[in-house]
Every structure is written in structure tokens, then in C-alpha cells.
Design a protein around this ligand. Sequence first.
Ligand code: TRP
Length: 358
Amino acid sequence: MERVDYRTFEASLERSAQLEKDLQSNPERFRVLTGDRPTGKLHVGHLFGSIENRVRLQNLGVPIFVVIADYQVLTDRDYAGDIAENVHQLVIDYIAAGLDPDGEKTFIFPHSHVPELNQLLLPFLTLVTNAELNRNPTVKEEIQASSQKNITAGMYVYPVHQAADILFCKANVVPVGKDQLPHLEITRTIARRFNTRFCAGNPVFPEPQPLISSAPLILGLDGSQKMSKSRNNAVMLSATEDETAKLIKAAKTDTDRNITYDPESRPEVANLLLIASLCTGAPPEVLAEEIGDKGASRLKAILTESLNEYLRPLRQKRQQLEQDPEYIRNVLMKGIERARQIAKETLVEVRRAMGMEY
Ligand code: TRP
């Protein structure tokens, strides 16, 4: 069989393009697993960067499992905030953005409530070495960025737990940003080693493939770094239209009055054009041309109007969902029930493969 080298980003991109075609022609052959840490509400960067892609896959007919990685929140901070409230808000954002947990294709669940998934961690830990965990570049970056005085074992081990998130339901596709590729590589390694060691010729796990988002990276309103709530440069999906207008008004631009789309030398202006482009469907160059020498104030007016218009239905839905906490809870209960059902079956297979059926 052909071996694809997932270690080079270019190889992954190429493979992703092919995978994208396969997903469109045979959605029923796939199962997607994706997820987030519940650290707060979602913002525009999340929406355009990942959530809309999930909704798109869902609407192609691909079954989707969305894991809310509540245990993972504990890996890089001493104070995790109100996790229950964060989970609640995250589910509201998901549904408002178009994920549909009412059918039988999309399930949303917190991994803390799926014991059989968590059990997979123990055998999986024996399939990777400390050296492999120590050199994970994403973990290294998170250690650098962490506010913790003492880094815990959880920080090094969570990518193995993430493998359990992905493999418990035998997902074969994981939509990811670049930072998650090392984790997916560990997941693939674990799947491969498990199959080789315990059930050669009769694999229990697929080796899931990364689907690298073609969505552009959305910068914050300061234009210098990724949009992020903690950097205070984000427009939350839950913001009001007035709040949105105010934030955009304060966004950083530059001194050149003539608006052009030039991500390299004018990242702030280009980012605002990009968001307006995603909302209107017009290419950023065309928007820039239309604005011309009417300057940043015109650009901001256009962005405010188009973003508020784009988010209006989502925000209305969001408000409705806020009124119905019972429904949100039921969505989670349904997700947990389905995840547990699948995880139980997988755990039976895993124990059988390991010779631990008594
Ligand atoms: N590590 C991911 C993040 O920080 C969250 C996550 C947990 C995840 N388990 C996952 C993502 C499984 C994809 C698949 O955002």
C-alpha cells in the first residue's frame, strides 16, 4: 500500500484536496470527529475558520461527532473558569451556527461523560514513548504560553487522550488546523501500533486522515495576531450589533487612505476586507476597489453592515436558544448516549484484541 508522508505539510495539503473530493462523492463512507476546548464563547475567527466547515460537511451528509474536550481545559491552567457554563455557551454557538443535533448525523458530547472513551487512554499510553510525547511541537508551544508554574503530566499526555477522542468512534476524517497535525500524527501512530501489536490482519482502528481547512486565518481587529478572546481582539458571535460596530470602529488600520488588498504589507486592512468578503461573497480585491480613496472609515462602515447582516440569523437563533437551557441539556444527553453506545462497542473489541475477555 502507498504510504503517504503526513509529516510534511505539503503532503497533507495534497492528501486533503483528494479527501475533499471523496467526501463530496461518498459522504456515507466517512465519519468525522472534531472538537474544541470549552474555554468560552466562539468568535468570528472560529466561525469562518472551523465551524462553517463542519456545517458544510454535515450538509454534505457526513456523520459528525463533535467532542467538547472539557478535560483538556485543565492541561494548561490552574483555574478553568465555569466549565459548565462554557460548555453550555459552546453548544448554543454550535447550533446557532448550523450544526443540527436533532437528526441522526450530528452528535455533540463532552468527553468527561464517556467513561469507555476515557478507558482507551490506558492501553494507548503503552503505545507511545515519552520521547515522542516530549517532542510534540504544539505541546511545546503550549508549555511556553502556559501561565502555570508547574507543567503537569496532563500537558504531555493529552494528545494520547485526544487519540481516544478520535478512535473511540473509529472516525476516519479529522478537520484540523495546522497546530493539530502533530496530535493527529500521534493518533495515527497509536491506531497503527494497536492494530499491529494486538490484531494483525484484523484492524480495530482506522488511521484517520487530516482534512486541512482551506479557510483563511482570521486575524484579530488589531490585525497583528490570530483572533482570540484572550487577546481582546475578537468579535464574539454573541455580541450585539452595537457592540460589533464599536469594536470595528476601534479596529487598527493604517495611514494610507487608498484602500487596497495587500495581506503582506497591509495586514490590518486586508483582514477587514477579508471578513467583509466572507460575509458578502465579493472578492476582497473588488471590495477594496469599490472603497478606493474613501478610506478606512468607509471600509469599517461596509464591514460593520455586512458582518451584522451576515450574523443576524445566527444571533437570532442564539437568543432563542438562550431561552431554552433544557433543550441544550438534552442535546448533550443525546450526544453522550450515542457516544457511550459506540465507545462501549469499541472497548469490547479492544479488550478482545488484547486478550482481556474474562
Ligand atoms: N485539541 C483541540 C483544541 O485545542 C481540541 C480537541 C480535543 C480535538 N479532542 C479533539 C480536536 C479531537 C480534534 C479532534 O482545540
